[in-house]
Each structure stands twice: as C-alpha cells, then as structure tokens.
Ligand binder design. Structure first.
Ligand SMILES: Cc1ncc(COP(=O)(O)O)c(C=O)c1O
Length: 369
C-alpha cells in the first residue's frame, strides 16, 4: 500500500460514506473500465461473486453444463455449482498452460452432434497470461455458446494487443490479497454490454426493483464492494504498470539464474501476448534436476520462504471426482512438477538472490545424496 491509497481511504472514511456504494465505488468502476480498454464495470465483494453473477446473467441454471479448464483455482468451478450446473473440465495447452483450444473445439463438435451443447464456457487467464482466444472464440461462436472470461489472475495481460477482460460476453477480475493489485478482498465484473453490467449491479444489490418501498421480483445477492475498499482500489490501480514491470523483472531474474538448469521449465509465454508474470511458475523434472518440486518447496520453507505448488487440477479434486474431464495429462504433469516461486512486487534483488541460492544449494545436496 502506498500514500495514494492511504489518502483516498481517509477521504472515504472522513466523508462518512461507509457503505457498499458511494463516490469511490463509482469512480473505481469508471477508472477500472477505462484501464481495461473502455469497458463497463461494476465493483463487487469478490471475483467469485463476479463469476456467480456472470453465470446468472447468461441464464445458466440447474441441469446445465459449463465447460472450463481443469487447471484453475477452485473458485471457477465452485461458481458453476452455485447455479446448480455441472462443470466439465478441459485439459491445458502445453504452450500456455491455459485451456487447450483443440480439445475445447473437439468437445463442442461432439456435443453438438449429440444435441448436448453446454450453456456456457468459462475461459481462465492463468497466472497472468491470456488464453489463446482466436480459436476459442471461433469455436464457441460456431456453436453459439457464450464465453465468460475469468481474468481474476490476469489484470494487465494482453492478447494480440488487447487487454484481458475483453474476450468474454462478461469478464471478471479479483482484488484478493494475493493479486497484482488488491483491495484486501474484492472483484470487478466488466463487459462491452452496458445492460449486462447493470443487470450484475442489480443482482449484486439484492435485486431491488426501482420503487420507493422495498420491492423484489427476483432473488438477489449482497455482492457490492464497500466504498472504503473502492478507495484503496483506486490508489492501487495507479501502480498497475509498475507492478507488472516488477513481476516481469522477478521472472527475468529467476529465468537467468535457473532457466538453463536441466529439468527446469518455466511457464511458457505464448507468442500472442504479454504475460504479467503475476506469479513466476516453473516445473521441475526430478530425474534431470536432481531434486523434486517438494524438496525445493521444503528447503525454502525451512528458511521461512513460502512457495506453493501449481493449482491442483479440478479433475483430481475429491469434490469434483464425478465430473467429466476431457484429456487431463498435461495439467496433471504441470501439477506434479509445478511450483510457484515467491513473486511479490516488493521483492528486492537480495531477496531473489537468497531464494535462488537456497534452490541451488538444495539441488546440490540432493544430487550428491
Ligand atoms: C482463476 C481464479 N478465479 C477466481 C478467483 C476468485 O477470486 P476471489 O478470491 O476474489 O473471489 C481467483 C482467486 O482468488 C482465481 O485465481
């Protein structure tokens, strides 16, 4: 947090607008929408709330199916269950770790033949990198299936020069504490379609009909962002480009230090866009590297440094074990060897040096053992 956030937060506090609406919410929505390429936007209590609303707006309901990548955070799949629909998981593309467009296209063709098209497809922009939208949107358009973009991890990423957030009928961002900019918790739903955004705002405000008394003809939710947090978000937004530069700088440091070692592969940056490197992720092949992903994680932990395994694919999660998965070997491999290294925007070169030397030392110790 910086001085700007403090100033705006105190302004919000002193104005006594302590509510899930107010001038900072309006301003944050305007400024955020502009930042991601002139979209309409509504500020929410979380990215998960945004995914739930996106599914509601597209009319996804009980008995429907929704296709989504298996390699994602659970929130993407959980939201599908909130509306009573069933998730169907699609494996990753090796070139970006995002949803494999070929598998998606094949699954849609097969379902079209059987008259069982899904009600929607959720595409995730994983670890700061956009999915390969041209073939994905082309396949979805061919079968008339709407797309939701889960850009929770990818604020500032681009695909062929276009900002993340522009690729679905509706897109969702997260400002959870671990994201590239944060409001402690929060989210934003964006769309080119003003009516979709106003519908989301309505559903996020307990679906209160326009009347002087409290009138409700639909079920709503309490999903709006607080004016206090929107003030913090406005301050954070001013640092976005700097944060991306820092995160990409972390990645470059790790790549130079570890990239040539046998058995190490970083998450590839697909040639079609800019990855923010929200997190620097790599896979370790223990046979070639001399130590496992878990050896490295534990060595860092012993020095009080947190790193984390890559998301465990949804098709391997006990809670989703009965759901269909298309493919699955790529995401499983990425999970088995995958590690997210410390990637904060405030890491110093000294911190990065220390992390790298612990990894190299662990490799040395294990290879000799
Ligand atoms: C891919 C993905 N989708 C959705 C979410 C949910 O966002 P939130 O934590 O703001 O609810 C997150 C992260 O938190 C995420 O990483």
């Amino acid at each position: 947090m910086g001085e700007k956030e403090r100033e705006l937060l105190l302004d919000s506090f002193d104005s006594n607008w302590i509510a899930p609406l107010g001038p900072h919410v309006d301003a944050f929505e305007r400024e955020f929408g502009k930042k991601v390429g002139g979209l309409h936007a509504t500020a929410l209590s979380s990215g998960t709330a945004g995914l739930h609303l996106a599914l509601m707006i597209l009319g996804v309901s009980r008995g429907d199916e929704v296709l989504l990548p298996t390699l994602t955070f659970a929130a993407t799949a959980n939201a599908v269950t909130y509306v009573g629909a069933a998730p169907v998981f699609i494996d990753s593309d090796r070139r970006s770790w995002n949803m494999d467009p070929g598998l998606l296209s094949g699954e849609l063709a097969d379902r079209s033949r059987r008259g069982k098209l899904p009600k929607a497809v959720i595409v995730v922009d994983l670890y700061g990198q956009c999915a390969d939208y041209d073939p994905i949107l082309e396949a979805c358009a061919r079968y008339g299936v709407p797309v939701i973009e889960d850009a929770a991890e990818a604020l500032g990423a681009t695909y062929k020069g276009v900002q993340a957030g522009n690729f679905g009928r509706v897109a969702v961002f997260s400002f959870n504490g671990n994201k590239i900019i944060t409001t402690s918790g929060g989210g934003m739903l964006v769309s080119k379609d003003a009516s979709a955004v106003s519908k989301a705002r309505f559903l996020a405000s307990q679906a209160r009909d326009p009347a002087t008394h409290y009138e409700h003809s639909e079920i709503g939710h309490n999903y709006r962002m607080s004016n206090l947090l929107a003030a913090v978000g406005r301050g954070q937004l001013t640092h976005l480009e700097d944060r991306i530069a820092r995160r990409r700088g972390n990645f470059e440091f790790y790549r130079k230090a570890l990239g040539e070692l046998p058995g190490v592969e970083f998450m590839p940056e697909a040639p079609y866009g800019r990855c923010t490197r929200w997190l620097t992720c790599l896979t370790i092949d223990p046979g070639a590297f001399g130590a496992t992903r878990e050896d490295v994680r534990l060595a860092l932990e012993a020095e009080d440094i947190e790193s984390r395994p890559v998301w465990k694919p949804m098709h391997l999660q006990p809670v989703f074990r009965d759901c269909r998965v298309v493919g699955g070997t790529v995401s499983t491999e990425v999970f088995r060897g995958g590690l997210c290294l410390p990637s904060g925007s405030s890491l110093t070169e000294g911190d990065l040096d220390r992390i790298v030397s612990i990894i190299l030392k662990e490799r040395g110790v294990r290879s000799r053992a």
